[in-house]
Design a protein around this ligand. Structure first.
Ligand SMILES: C[S@@+](CC[C@H](N)C(=O)[O-])C[C@H]1O[C@@H](n2cnc3c(N)ncnc32)[C@H](O)[C@@H]1O
Length: 329
């Protein structure tokens, strides 16, 4: 790394607010308004600091509709100075410092407030979910395509993360010997259980659980599904990490969500946080979680369906065991 670049990095973090911002982003991705609220400083001031950090290559930003998201830059390619910054961040995460502890508490409060907002949306709309979920999706086409992509071979364990009313447990029922659908919303789970009963599906269970930390053994699932869940989450990439942990070698992760879009009102009215995802973003998450994105499908709505969105299906695969690789060679 050149002297100039190293100096740039150290100048950028050599200021209290910027170091606090770095410590916050070390905990996870945030929007500008969340950072502003946590630090209790004006938005123009925070934006100025963020620009300096971005210019030094320390943070990355991406705009989605009216929201700008920030996160620590992936500096895995860089060396010395960048590593020194990461080391400092790791140390600060453990530090017993009054200001950083208060920032950390506010970070958690912001996370909880956001999760509570989405939870109350699902609590209120659990009974209506069957109708709501089809508002923006060409539902039947997607379901048939997902089943096709999953293949015909029966699997032992299917795990559905953010199962909601259990629709994925229902449509995959012929493909698995047993299944567990996890959700945080008791209202959604009650409906999922009723739906499974009604469909006569006795080999699937709907359980309460946080998809970021599930009480399931690593490498226990053959297929993990994330169907229209990621856009509600604060850290969608961590959901992929947990899914990857659950997968057996060569197990598959099926993700379905929206392609990038501009329907901002979905944030206000339907608790969406993210306005869709690009293939590159999903590929990056998969790579970081040790999965490979093996297939991407794009399902566009009819031109007349102005309110419907383009839906993506991403099929990802876990690595083979060393023995499987040797056998394949
Ligand atoms: C849009 S619904 C999708 C439900 C279902 N996958 C479907 O396709 O109909 C998203 C679900 O994710 C659940 N959810 C959100 N955050 C969660 C978390 N951290 N752990 C488990 N479930 C979560 C919500 O309660 C909600 O039921």
């Amino acid at each position: 790394m050149a002297l100039d670049a190293a100096l740039n990095i150290f100048r950028a973090i050599g200021e209290e607010t910027r170091l606090r911002i770095m410590a916050l982003l070390h905990r996870g991705e945030l929007t500008v308004s969340e950072i502003t609220a946590i630090l209790g400083q004006s938005q123009p001031r925070v934006s100025r600091h963020l620009k300096i950090l971005a210019d030094a290559g320390l943070v990355e930003r991406h705009r989605e509709g009216a929201w700008m998201f920030y996160r620590l830059a992936d500096r895995s390619g860089d060396q010395a100075a960048a590593q020194a910054v990461i080391d400092v961040m790791d140390e600060l995460a453990e530090a017993d410092d009054r200001i950083l502890t208060r920032d950390g508490d506010r970070f958690l409060q912001a996370r909880e407030a956001r999760a509570a907002l989405a939870a109350s949306y699902f609590e209120e709309n659990a009974k209506e979910w069957g109708r709501l979920r089809s508002l923006h999706l060409p539902e039947k086409d997607i379901e048939s395509r997902i089943i096709e992509l999953a293949g015909e071979k029966t699997v032992d364990l299917f795990v559905d993360l953010g199962t909601g009313t259990g629709r994925m447990l229902e449509i995959f029922a012929d493909l698995y010997k047993s299944a567990i659908g996890y959700d945080l919303s008791h209202e959604m789970l009650a409906i999922a259980r009723a739906n499974l009963d009604q469909a006569g599906i006795t080999h699937a269970q709907a359980r309460h659980g946080d998809l970021f930390a599930l009480p399931l053994e690593s490498q226990s699932a053959d297929i993990v599904c994330l169907h229209h869940v990621l856009h509600y989450l604060a850290e969608p990439r961590l959901a992929v990490v947990e899914a990857a942990r659950l997968l057996k070698p060569q197990g598959r992760l099926v993700v379905s969500d929206f392609a990038p879009h501009e329907l901002e009102f979905l944030r206000e009215e339907h608790a969406h946080r993210r306005l869709g995802f690009s293939d590159d973003e999903v590929r990056e998450w998969c790579g970081a979680a040790g999965l490979k994105l093996v297939q991407t499908e794009t399902m566009s709505p009819a031109a007349s369906d102005k309110q419907k969105l383009t839906v993506k299906i991403w099929m990802c695969s876990a690595a083979k065991t060393a023995q499987q690789s040797r056998q394949a060679a």
